[in-house]
Design a protein around this ligand. Structure first.
Ligand code: UD1
Length: 368
């Protein structure tokens, strides 16, 4: 008898980091047949293909080729293509990760098709309704039958919103599964990717619309980063959204590089003196690697990285950057922190629960 199909959705770069261990765990568990679908939200080779290679993803995805667009256009185009694929392939469950537009589109399609769905990295809340991802998180969690979480805070958020505890499964962090598996493999990869990498440096990443879409704000941030480079050389892998908005004039002290693959980037981060970022996933990766993380935002949906890890919210005032960098560099982190269940086995726990739930003939959705 053929196995039940788990339609696994990826669209943006971090989705691949989260889905890779889930696919591996499905292979090991044997109860489900993954059908990997790439929406095409990220399409540049440097934003997608290199991640398949670095993360050793052996499944060739069905690619919906949707590409960029406004939120409504991108979400709607994914929904139309995905609805057709769901009706052709008759999956038993939809699996989504993270909080990007592809996640939201898949959650809506599954809900309308009456398809059971699991959301991985559920329960994260920044409390900032202006973040497009916050809308995606709230709606996806509301529609999911199974909510896989990575921290106490995520569980508390869901319970606070009235979600039945029976739907919530704290399994740990699948992104950290990838990190712990591949750490031995990335050693030295940054030096191969970036010629002349100094021994001491800081890393910057910026791509949030709140930081890069407003030219005045971006200019102030870049100016502050450029001044902070007197403290340490700064390596800045530039996301395409940000690249399109950078000024033409070169930025003193900042070494701008192309988006990097998973292995080279994680090696770069592991050996950095500090990371300045507005990314979500990097707040978690720096915690596990024991690298100081200065988050260039007012809020985080990942407070566990502040409570137990190396993260610090710098807020929106760029003048905070230089003093914070000085403090981070002069304060030793010591032993890298431990976060419960961020142990490299989150996907195994998740797939065991998912497989059993799909095999159960009862409807998954539980009354709340
Ligand atoms: C998306 C996610 C964000 C996530 C980020 C990870 C949403 C709402 N946002 O943001 O949560 O943190 O991915 O990287 O889903 N572009 C390219 N090549 C590509 C992809 C994008 O040039 O391969 C450019 C296009 O100009 C596009 C812009 O980047 O318009 C933004 O891409 P988009 O996918 O809309 O959002 P991200 O900023 O990448």
């Amino acid at each position: 008898m053929s196995k039940p199909i788990a339609m696994c959705i990826v669209g943006a770069r971090p989705n691949l980091v989260k889905m890779a261990p889930i696919l591996r765990a499905m292979d090991a568990d044997g109860g489900l047949q993954p059908l990997l679908v790439h929406t095409g939200q990220h399409y540049d080779a440097a934003m997608s293909d290199v991640f398949f290679k670095d993360l050793d993803i052996r499944y060739a995805p069905v690619n919906l080729g949707v590409g960029s667009g406004t939120h409504a256009a991108q979400t709607g185009t994914i929904m139309r293509a995905l609805e057709e694929l769901v009706s052709e392939s008759a999956p038993s469950v939809m699996v989504t990760v993270g909080d990007v537009n592809s996640t939201l589109a898949a959650a809506l399609v599954a809900a309308k098709a009456g398809l059971r769905q699991a959301h991985v990295e559920a329960g994260l809340r920044s409390g900032d309704p202006e973040m497009p991802e916050e809308v995606n998180r709230v709606v996806t969690d509301r529609l999911a039958d199974l909510l896989f979480t990575h921290s106490d805070e995520a569980d508390e958020n869901l319970i606070g919103e009235g979600v039945s505890a029976a739907r919530i499964h704290k399994v740990g962090n699948v992104m950290i599964d990838s990190l712990l598996l591949l750490r031995p493999r990335w050693q030295g990869a940054a030096r191969v990717a970036l010629e002349g990498l100094p021994d001491r440096y800081a890393v910057v990443t910026l791509h949030r619309p709140s930081n890069v879409d407003n030219p005045a704000r971006l200019a102030r941030l870049l100016e502050a980063l450029s001044s902070a480079s007197t403290e340490l050389p700064i390596i800045f892998p530039v996301h395409p959204r940000t690249r399109a908005r950078l000024p033409e004039t070169p930025l003193a002290g900042l070494r701008l590089v192309e988006p990097m693959g998973y292995l080279a980037f994680l090696d770069l981060v592991e050996h950095a003196s500090a990371v300045l970022t507005d990314s979500g996933g990097i707040q978690e990766e720096t915690t596990v690697l024991g690298v100081p993380c200065l988050t260039l935002r007012n809020s985080t949906e990942r407070p566990v990285t502040i409570r137990l890890g190396t993260n610090r919210l710098l807020g929106e005032d760029p003048s905070a950057i230089l003093p914070a960098l000085e403090t981070s560099v002069s304060t030793p982190v010591g032993t890298p922190p431990t976060v419960p269940l961020w142990d490299g086995h989150a996907a195994d726990r998740l797939v065991r629960i998912l497989s059993a739930a799909v095999a159960n003939p009862l409807p998954l959705r539980l009354s709340e």
